[in-house]
Design a protein around this ligand. Structure first.
Ligand code: NI
Length: 169
Protein backbone atom coordinates (compact mmCIF):
# COMPACT_ATOMS: atom_id res chain seq x y z
CA UNK A 1 0.00 0.00 0.00
CA UNK A 2 1.07 3.57 -0.46
CA UNK A 3 0.15 6.96 0.89
CA UNK A 4 -1.17 9.32 -1.76
CA UNK A 5 -0.86 13.08 -1.92
CA UNK A 6 -4.15 14.80 -1.12
CA UNK A 7 -4.72 17.77 -3.43
CA UNK A 8 -5.64 21.02 -1.72
CA UNK A 9 -7.95 23.80 -2.83
CA UNK A 10 -7.54 25.61 -5.24
CA UNK A 11 -5.66 22.87 -7.16
CA UNK A 12 -7.39 22.80 -10.56
CA UNK A 13 -7.29 18.99 -10.62
CA UNK A 14 -9.96 19.02 -7.91
CA UNK A 15 -12.29 20.27 -10.67
CA UNK A 16 -11.85 17.14 -12.81
CA UNK A 17 -14.89 15.01 -13.43
CA UNK A 18 -13.82 11.44 -12.76
CA UNK A 19 -14.37 8.69 -15.34
CA UNK A 20 -16.53 5.65 -14.50
CA UNK A 21 -14.67 2.44 -13.67
CA UNK A 22 -15.24 -0.06 -16.48
CA UNK A 23 -13.85 -3.11 -14.70
CA UNK A 24 -13.15 -3.68 -11.02
CA UNK A 25 -9.72 -5.29 -11.34
CA UNK A 26 -6.57 -5.45 -9.21
CA UNK A 27 -5.51 -1.96 -10.27
CA UNK A 28 -8.79 -0.54 -9.01
CA UNK A 29 -8.48 -2.53 -5.78
CA UNK A 30 -4.97 -1.15 -5.36
CA UNK A 31 -6.39 2.38 -5.68
CA UNK A 32 -9.02 1.49 -3.07
CA UNK A 33 -6.40 0.20 -0.61
CA UNK A 34 -4.16 3.22 -1.10
CA UNK A 35 -7.10 5.59 -0.69
CA UNK A 36 -8.17 3.90 2.55
CA UNK A 37 -4.64 4.07 3.93
CA UNK A 38 -4.41 7.74 2.95
CA UNK A 39 -7.81 8.55 4.48
CA UNK A 40 -7.01 6.85 7.81
CA UNK A 41 -3.59 8.48 7.99
CA UNK A 42 -5.18 11.91 7.42
CA UNK A 43 -7.86 11.09 10.02
CA UNK A 44 -10.62 11.75 7.53
CA UNK A 45 -14.00 10.04 7.36
CA UNK A 46 -14.13 10.00 3.58
CA UNK A 47 -11.97 10.37 0.49
CA UNK A 48 -12.80 10.61 -3.20
CA UNK A 49 -10.45 9.57 -6.00
CA UNK A 50 -10.45 13.10 -7.45
CA UNK A 51 -8.74 14.32 -4.27
CA UNK A 52 -5.76 12.05 -4.94
CA UNK A 53 -5.72 12.67 -8.69
CA UNK A 54 -7.04 9.26 -9.73
CA UNK A 55 -9.37 9.49 -12.71
CA UNK A 56 -11.77 6.72 -11.64
CA UNK A 57 -15.04 7.06 -9.77
CA UNK A 58 -14.07 5.65 -6.37
CA UNK A 59 -15.11 6.76 -2.88
CA UNK A 60 -13.97 5.36 0.46
CA UNK A 61 -15.66 6.19 3.75
CA UNK A 62 -15.41 5.18 7.40
CA UNK A 63 -17.76 6.96 9.78
CA UNK A 64 -17.41 4.41 12.60
CA UNK A 65 -16.20 5.47 16.05
CA UNK A 66 -13.31 3.03 16.02
CA UNK A 67 -12.31 3.59 12.41
CA UNK A 68 -12.67 -0.11 11.66
CA UNK A 69 -15.57 -0.16 9.20
CA UNK A 70 -14.26 0.79 5.76
CA UNK A 71 -16.89 1.29 3.05
CA UNK A 72 -16.01 1.22 -0.64
CA UNK A 73 -18.17 2.74 -3.37
CA UNK A 74 -17.17 2.33 -7.01
CA UNK A 75 -19.23 4.29 -9.58
CA UNK A 76 -21.60 5.49 -6.81
CA UNK A 77 -24.98 6.94 -7.77
CA UNK A 78 -27.09 8.84 -5.28
CA UNK A 79 -30.87 9.11 -5.17
CA UNK A 80 -32.39 11.42 -2.58
CA UNK A 81 -35.13 9.73 -0.53
CA UNK A 82 -38.16 11.43 0.97
CA UNK A 83 -37.42 13.37 4.08
CA UNK A 84 -36.18 16.65 5.41
CA UNK A 85 -33.13 18.65 4.47
CA UNK A 86 -30.42 18.54 7.08
CA UNK A 87 -27.65 20.99 7.73
CA UNK A 88 -24.39 19.70 9.12
CA UNK A 89 -21.04 21.46 9.30
CA UNK A 90 -18.79 19.84 6.70
CA UNK A 91 -15.06 19.72 6.47
CA UNK A 92 -12.76 18.37 3.77
CA UNK A 93 -9.23 17.00 3.60
CA UNK A 94 -8.71 19.20 0.53
CA UNK A 95 -9.77 22.32 2.45
CA UNK A 96 -8.14 21.61 5.82
CA UNK A 97 -9.26 23.57 8.85
CA UNK A 98 -12.51 24.97 7.45
CA UNK A 99 -16.02 23.87 8.37
CA UNK A 100 -19.24 25.12 6.84
CA UNK A 101 -22.83 23.96 7.20
CA UNK A 102 -24.48 22.87 3.98
CA UNK A 103 -28.12 21.95 3.33
CA UNK A 104 -28.48 18.43 1.93
CA UNK A 105 -31.18 15.77 1.76
CA UNK A 106 -31.14 13.90 5.08
CA UNK A 107 -31.84 10.50 3.53
CA UNK A 108 -30.31 9.13 0.35
CA UNK A 109 -29.95 5.78 -1.34
CA UNK A 110 -26.56 5.01 -2.84
CA UNK A 111 -26.03 2.33 -5.46
CA UNK A 112 -22.46 1.32 -6.29
CA UNK A 113 -20.08 -1.54 -6.99
CA UNK A 114 -18.08 -3.03 -4.14
CA UNK A 115 -14.41 -4.04 -4.32
CA UNK A 116 -15.42 -7.35 -5.93
CA UNK A 117 -17.39 -5.54 -8.61
CA UNK A 118 -20.76 -6.60 -7.14
CA UNK A 119 -23.54 -4.04 -7.23
CA UNK A 120 -25.13 -3.11 -3.92
CA UNK A 121 -27.33 -0.38 -2.59
CA UNK A 122 -27.51 1.19 0.81
CA UNK A 123 -29.86 3.67 2.47
CA UNK A 124 -27.94 6.33 4.36
CA UNK A 125 -28.78 8.93 6.96
CA UNK A 126 -26.86 11.07 9.46
CA UNK A 127 -23.13 11.51 8.99
CA UNK A 128 -22.91 8.70 6.42
CA UNK A 129 -25.48 10.45 4.23
CA UNK A 130 -23.65 13.77 4.39
CA UNK A 131 -20.35 12.06 3.75
CA UNK A 132 -21.41 10.07 0.68
CA UNK A 133 -23.01 13.17 -0.85
CA UNK A 134 -19.90 15.23 -0.13
CA UNK A 135 -17.59 12.59 -1.67
CA UNK A 136 -19.77 12.10 -4.75
CA UNK A 137 -19.61 15.86 -5.32
CA UNK A 138 -15.81 15.50 -5.49
CA UNK A 139 -16.18 12.97 -8.32
CA UNK A 140 -18.00 15.69 -10.27
CA UNK A 141 -15.35 18.29 -9.49
CA UNK A 142 -17.42 20.07 -6.84
CA UNK A 143 -16.31 21.28 -3.43
CA UNK A 144 -18.40 22.01 -0.34
CA UNK A 145 -17.18 25.62 -0.35
CA UNK A 146 -18.61 26.26 -3.84
CA UNK A 147 -21.86 27.59 -2.37
CA UNK A 148 -20.05 30.20 -0.27
CA UNK A 149 -19.59 33.77 -1.46
CA UNK A 150 -16.52 34.29 -3.64
CA UNK A 151 -15.18 36.69 -1.01
CA UNK A 152 -15.27 33.93 1.59
CA UNK A 153 -13.71 31.45 -0.84
CA UNK A 154 -10.90 33.89 -1.58
CA UNK A 155 -10.24 34.22 2.15
CA UNK A 156 -10.06 30.45 2.50
CA UNK A 157 -7.69 30.21 -0.48
CA UNK A 158 -5.37 32.85 0.95
CA UNK A 159 -5.34 31.22 4.38
CA UNK A 160 -4.53 27.81 2.88
CA UNK A 161 -1.76 29.27 0.71
CA UNK A 162 -0.28 30.95 3.77
CA UNK A 163 -0.45 27.71 5.77
CA UNK A 164 1.31 25.84 2.97
CA UNK A 165 4.05 28.46 2.81
CA UNK A 166 4.56 28.16 6.55
CA UNK A 167 4.62 24.37 6.29
CA UNK A 168 7.37 24.39 3.67
CA UNK A 169 9.39 27.27 5.14
NI1 NI B 1 -13.96 16.54 0.76
Amino acid sequence: MALLEILQFPDPRLRNKATPVTEVNDTVRQHVDNMLETMYKAQGVGLASTQVDIDQRIVVIDVSEEGDDPLVFINPKITPLEGPTSEMAEGCLSVPGFYEPLGRPENVRVTALDRDGEEFSMDCDGLLSVCIQHECDHLDGKLFIDTLSSLKRTRIRKKLEKNRRLATA
